[in-house]
Write a protein that binds this ligand. Structure first.
Ligand SMILES: NC(=O)C1=CN([C@@H]2O[C@H](COP(=O)(O)OP(=O)(O)OC[C@H]3O[C@@H](n4cnc5c(N)ncnc54)[C@H](OP(=O)(O)O)[C@@H]3O)[C@@H](O)[C@H]2O)C=CC1
Ligand SMILES: CC(=O)N[C@@H](CCC(=O)OP(=O)(O)O)C(=O)O
Length: 342
């Protein structure tokens, strides 16, 4: 069964990555492509790496343009998806790469996004316990934020197995494409090259409540999260260093066994052999999350490090994987675990 898919926000980083993956998806025909300030411009100019779409021209984003497709990917700024989604019929599969429908808690949404809460949709992280069941047949999917993807995949096996206390400390580095294509002064090349810097420190980053939501659901109790994001001088990738206090008696071998068990059948999440560590270069352009763990007995903490490509597993790959589950396609269709190296 071939489906026809439209992409709104096709001039942006997330929309471009969705299109790169859809070009390799055997069951998807690419339909309307829309943008905002770049409407009227050709994809050959806006996304020069997508040669097969070079002649296509962006239309303005409107319901008329997006209606009539089987699937609509929304890769729009926060707050822009809800209205579009409301107008699209219940028979259209709408996959939102933005944040609008990720959080279930209205107060959290209002506190971190400062706008009215639009609601919550089934969450596009199939690997979480119950994740695939929630997505199967769903016509609405909220694709996770890139940091919550890296962190939730790193820590869910520990909480599912009861290995750690309900507190997690996370420091993560992201490539600059995480901030989107729109020009921002602190992302000028001269500010970013050759430097790493923190931002959103002290529990204020909007991905914090999303991590708490995911980990608490797995743990069955509220998990507190201290999250510090940093900006790294690379275009793509997230390296998340996550730790939590181990429950009494938990050993390194227990942790390894629990992760191996939890990830045994996962096609896109891999616990590396002992002695190998995740690196962003190994997941560049791949829909893979690579993990490694260590137990620090002196500190009494389990440390789990994960690497993803923020635009692939962290956005567009997660979106396509979730679409596959929702529509009943093989989950890995159109998705590669092969990265680009060096
Ligand atoms: N970058 C990343 O790593 C990740 C991004 N996301 C999410 O994906 C979404 C897109 O992000 P990203 O691609 O990085 O951002 P970009 O800034 O690169 O792209 C934004 C896109 O939205 C369009 N747009 C801007 N304003 C409007 C508007 N008012 N109405 C309709 N379309 C508009 C732009 O069109 P035009 O260029 O024509 O003006 C462009 O196509 C965001 O919600 C983001 O949170 C999620 C996870 C990770
Ligand atoms: C480096 C950088 O700026 N990253 C973005 C996160 C990108 C992402 O996943 O975000 P959305 O929630 O916007 O979909 C940030 O910290 O705001």
């Amino acid at each position: 069964m071939t489906v026809r898919a439209a992409v709104a926000g096709a001039s942006g980083y997330a929309g471009g990555e969705v299109l790169r993956l859809l070009l390799g998806h055997p069951e998807v025909e690419i339909g309307e492509l829309t943008g905002n300030s770049n409407a009227g411009q050709s994809l050959g100019v806006l996304q020069p790496h997508l040669r097969a779409l070079a002649e296509r021209v962006l239309a303005p984003t409107s319901i008329e343009r997006l209606a009539g497709h089987d699937v609509v990917f929304l890769a729009l700024p926060h707050g822009q998806s809800a209205e579009v989604a409301r107008e699209l019929g219940p028979d259209v599969t709408v996959i939102d790469c933005g944040a609008d429908f990720r959080l279930r808690d209205k107060a959290d949404w209002e506190a971190f996004y400062g706008s009215p809460h639009a609601g919550a949709w089934p969450y596009g992280l199939p690997e979480l316990p119950g994740g695939r069941d929630a997505l199967r047949g769903s016509k609405r999917i909220a694709v996770p934020g890139c940091y919550p993807t890296a962190v939730s995949l790193a820590l869910f096996p520990a909480y599912a197995a009861g290995l750690v206390e309900p507190e997690a400390v996370i420091v993560a580095a992201s490539g600059t494409s995480g901030a989107g294509k729109a020009a921002k002064p602190h992302l000028l090349g001269s500010e970013v090259m050759g430097s790493m810097s923190p931002y959103g420190v002290g529990g204020v980053h909007r991905h914090t409540p999303e991590m708490i939501q995911n980990l608490s659901a797995v743990a069955g109790e509220r998990v507190s999260v201290s999250f510090t994001p940093t900006l790294a001088p690379m275009p793509r990738g997230i390296l998340a260093t996550c730790s939590a206090r181990t429950r009494p008696g938990v050993s390194a071998a227990d942790a390894r066994a629990a992760y191996e068990q939890a990830l045994r059948d996962e096609p896109f999440v891999r616990l590396l052999p002992e002695g190998q560590w995740p690196a962003t270069s190994a997941v560049y352009g791949a829909n893979t999350a690579l993990l490694q763990l260590a137990h620090d007995p002196a500190a009494g903490r389990l440390i789990v490090i994960s690497a993803i490509d923020n635009l692939t597993k962290g956005t567009a790959g997660g979106a396509v994987q979730s679409m596959n589950v929702a529509l009943g396609f093989p989950e890995g269709l159109g998705l590669s675990t092969a990265g680009v190296a060096p």
